[in-house]
Write a protein that binds this ligand. Structure first.
Ligand code: NDP
Ligand code: OXD
Length: 305
């Protein structure tokens, strides 16, 4: 019953130590090229190589080492259940990020950053708009909605199924999307990446939003049509964008986004998996599978999230 950790290209010392502490009598192994995988029953994966999956004859379950599962589901996986990380700490971090990203544009810090390079002293009042739309009302979207609403923003949200969330004006289903975005000042994307949501932040959507609104993409780079964003910033349809995720990561040095003054750009850090809280969930799921129970936070593979 081996738990195989496949989180390449980073230092996994703390992760391995923590998992081994939580599962002292079990075999927790760090993946490397050429390792024997014949006894592996559970894989913890983030950016695992696709050639790994056919080498696991005894695999019973997979856990993503993040909240998203899109990169896993792109691969040809064995037919086993998949879990993901659902963590209040992650949701807190995401809420803080979104609040500050909105504040950056609301308080015009974006303009003052540009003024600073030319020593321009030009005080202006903060923007007055306080309506935030959130695409995706799941674990993270709901936490962000609550945080924003608690500090006085007026919040609308959009999901696949109907929701009733106190203080949030809820919309559901594809046919309500354009109505939901029609009077937002800020639009936050917290959707999972699926065939239905890929490219959802595009010119058609931007044109339905008020002139001068701002987008915040903290979900996946492929939600955004990058060319459409540059055009919308250029012609003033949008006045800014906060982007934490990109189609290609790391963002290539020659990418036009680096030079855009009205793009706030961060390197996929809005909600980084917390080793301590994540390991508890992973160890728990490993034991659940060992006992023949269902996984906690199991995704619905037919929906893609
Ligand atoms: P959840 O699965 O909890 O929530 C997803 C939400 O999106 C649900 O409300 C769901 O609707 C809605 N949704 C899915 N498909 C559609 C659709 N076609 N139309 C309308 N609504 C839809 O995910 P999380 O909140 O935990 O995470 C969201 C995403 O955030 C992750 O998938 C990941 O990509 C990204 N992320 C980014 C991080 C970062 O550091 N930048 C960190 C962590 C996550 P319903 O409720 O009806 O099912
Ligand atoms: C995640 C992420 O999905 O970090 O957890 O993007």
């Amino acid at each position: 019953m081996t738990l195989l950790v496949v989180v390449p290209d980073r230092n996994n010392d703390k992760l391995m130590m923590k998992l081994q502490q939580l599962l002292p009598q079990y075999n927790v192994v760090l993946w490397r090229e050429g390792i024997d995988c014949s006894e592996v029953t559970f894989v913890l994966a983030w950016n695992a190589p696709s050639y790994l999956w056919p080498q696991l004859p005894k695999l019973l379950a997979i856990s993503s080492y993040g909240a998203g599962v899109d990169s896993l589901l792109k691969q040809s996986l064995p037919d086993v259940p998949i879990a993901r990380i659902v963590d209040p700490q992650l949701a807190d971090n995401m809420s803080d990020y979104v609040l500050h990203a909105i504040g950056y544009f609301k308080l015009r810090f974006s303009q003052y950053q540009q003024h600073k390079t030319a020593a321009i002293w030009k005080p202006r009042r903060a923007k007055t708009g306080t309506h935030v739309g959130i695409l995706g009302l799941g674990n993270l979207g709901q936490a962000v909605a609550k945080k924003l609403s608690s500090v006085g923003f007026s919040v609308s949200g959009w999901s696949r199924s109907e929701k009733n969330i106190e203080g949030v004006c809820c919309y559901a289903g594809a046919e309500t999307l354009h109505k939901m975005v029609s009077d937002v000042d800020y639009l936050v994307c917290l959707l999972p990446l699926t065939p239905q949501t890929r490219g959802i932040l595009n010119q058609t959507l931007f044109q339905k939003m008020p002139i001068g609104s701002v987008i915040v993409n903290v979900a996946r780079g492929e939600h955004l049509n990058e060319t459409d964003l540059l055009a919308a910033l250029d012609d003033g349809q949008l006045s800014g964008a906060a982007l934490d995720v990109f189609t290609t990561e790391p963002l290539p040095t020659e990418h036009l986004f680096w030079q855009q003054p009205n793009i706030l750009l961060t390197p996929h850090i809005s909600a980084v998996t917390n080793i301590d809280s994540a390991c508890g969930q992973i160890a728990d799921n490993y034991l659940r599978i060992k006992l023949g129970k269902t996984l906690c936070n199991q995704i619905d593979q037919s929906l893609g999230y």
